[in-house]
Every structure is written in C-alpha cells, then in structure tokens.
Design a protein around this ligand. Structure first.
Ligand code: SAM
Length: 282
C-alpha cells in the first residue's frame, strides 16, 4: 500500500502555535521533507523529535519530487514542511501535491498558520471577499501588469513582501492604486514585536523612505471603494491634464516630475499623462 504525504503547517514565529497533531504527525513520519533542513531541525530539536530529514526546495524539486514519490510508493509516510507557515502557500509544495495526485498517492493536511490569513483578520478590512496575490514579480513588466489588473478590484488584496523590497512595492502600488488607498501592514505576526499599522499607501511610502523596515511584512490593501469617486474631489479635480501638470511646474517641478505627480494623483500611468499632456499642448 502507498504511504501518505502530510502537508504540515508550522508556526510563523511563535513555537507555542504548534498543535498536538503536528507533533504526533512529525513523530510518526518515516521522513520529513523540509524547505530548509537547518530551519526545521531547530523546530524538531525544540520538541525533541528525531526523524530523518531531506530537503525539498525550489532548486531541487524536480529530482527530489521523483525521489519522494518513489518512497511514498514503497509505503513510507512523508511530512512536507516549509520554513514557516503552510507549505504550498508561496512556498515549494504545490508541485509535489500535483505529482502525488498524478501518481494516485493520498495527501492530507495538518492545518495551522498562514501569515496571509492572520494579517487579513487583523487588518480591519473586509474579509467577505479577498484575494491572495503572493509576491509581486521582480520582473518590472510582470509586476506592473499584475498591479494594473488589480487596480479596480473591490475586494481586499493580500501581498507578501521581503523587507528590503517593501518601499519599492509600496511606491509601485501607490502608482496603480492611488496614494489615498488604505492599507494595513502586518509585521512580525505572532512574534514579540508583532505590529499592525493602518495607513494610506502615500503615508506608508513616505514612512519607509525614511525608516528601514524590520522583520517580515504582509501588505493588506483595501479594495477600491464605491465612495472613492465621491471622496476624490481634489484641488485638481476640475483641471485638464495640461492645467494639472502646469500647476506642478509652476510650483517648481521639472515637467518629468510634474507628469509623475499627476499620474500618481490620477491613479494612472505616466505614459498616459505624458501623451495627453503633449497632445493637449499641440
Ligand atoms: N507559507 C507561508 C505562509 O503560510 O504564510 C509564507 C511563506 S513566504 C515564503 C514568506 C512571506 O510570508 C514573508 O515574506 C512575509 O510576507 C510573510 N510572513 C511569514 N511569516 C510572517 C510573520 N510572522 N509576520 C508577517 N509576515 C510573515
């Protein structure tokens, strides 16, 4: 008989979040496949669990996946864990699940923390409809296409981001969602320095231009509100694009910066403002 693959969630910071079932499942496993064995060994040592470990990560998943499947076919029970949280959520695991399904191997889960859901419930934004967007691509074009596709969504959006990229992501989001869009930044969840700050994208970009982000963050973006149109009565609301750009130039900005500022105000792309400004001029 084939063995079972157990997808086991591990704590995202606080070791007291482990469940009795997680400990039991780890103790009963024939093998534990871990994203980073150096991280998982600390968890196992803490709970005095002694089990063979193997790595399963982004860079070895093709050949390691086949090896794990061969062991499952021999009847071994295997646990898959990631560094933190639920495996297969912005973590390796998805491919192994597909492989198990293709090979008629039973899969089950031992549920626990997902940083995205913890952050969502603390955000104060609607939990009725939300979408998990994971990490934005590092490829500029893909990243912009992704943000563009979300700018009119009315449901709550959840993103993961590494601290060193946080400010760039907040600035890109401001460009597409507008600097008045409300967000919540959930930091170091379940850890000693857990904090949730609620502010606008404009305020957040400014804050992290001056301050180095510390720890791990989830970005929760409120969906576009029906009231956005009513609220967006700004000083420039009655201006044409040209008048709007000229107003910034009068205030001392270069035309390039003025176009950028207008694109931010109007939640649109610089290129569109540039084209409109130059066509209005001619
Ligand atoms: N599989 C994990 C889960 O279930 O949440 C996510 C892994 S993903 C590689 C790592 C990202 O999750 C981090 O960059 C951060 O955005 C988020 N994250 C993980 N732990 C967190 C924590 N304690 N507080 C805030 N964000 C966290």
């Amino acid at each position: 008989m084939y063995g079972t693959l157990y997808l086991c969630a591990t704590p995202i910071g606080n070791l007291s979040d482990v469940s009795a079932r997680l400990i039991e499942t780890l103790n009963n496993a024939d093998l534990i496949a871990a994203e980073d064995t150096r991280v998982t060994i600390k968890l196992l040592n803490h709970f005095n669990i002694k089990k063979p470990l193997t790595s399963y990560h982004e860079h070895n998943k093709a050949e390691k996946g086949k090896y794990i499947i061969s062991l499952l076919k021999e009847g071994k029970n295997i646990v898959l864990v990631s560094d933190a949280g639920t495996p297969a959520i912005s973590d390796p695991g998805e491919d192994l699940v597909k492989l198990c399904i293709e090979n008629d191997i039973n899969i089950t889960s031992v549920p626990g923390c997902v940083a995205a859901i913890n952050a969502l419930i603390l955000s104060g934004f609607s939990t009725k409809r939300f979408s998990f967007e994971g990490f934005l691509s590092v490829n500029k074009r893909h990243r912009r296409e992704h943000l563009e596709s979300l700018k009119n969504d009315t449901h709550t959006l959840i993103f993961y981001e590494a601290p060193h990229k946080l400010v760039y992501t907040l600035e890109d989001m401001s460009e597409f969602f507008g600097k008045n869009r409300k967000i919540a930044l959930a930091r170091e969840l379940t850890k000693l320095h857990e904090e949730v700050i609620r502010l606008t994208l404009g305020e957040a970009s400014e804050k992290f231009r001056e301050e180095k982000p510390r720890g791990e963050y989830v970005i929760i973006v409120e969906g576009k509100q029906d009231t956005d149109k009513v609220q967006e009565q700004y000083w420039w609301s009655d201006f044409t694009v040209r008048e709007h750009v000229d107003e910034y130039i009068k205030k001392g900005m270069s035309s390039k910066d003025a176009i950028k500022a207008v694109a931010l105000d109007r939640q649109t792309q610089k290129r569109e403002i540039y084209n409109e400004y130059h066509s209005e001029k001619s």
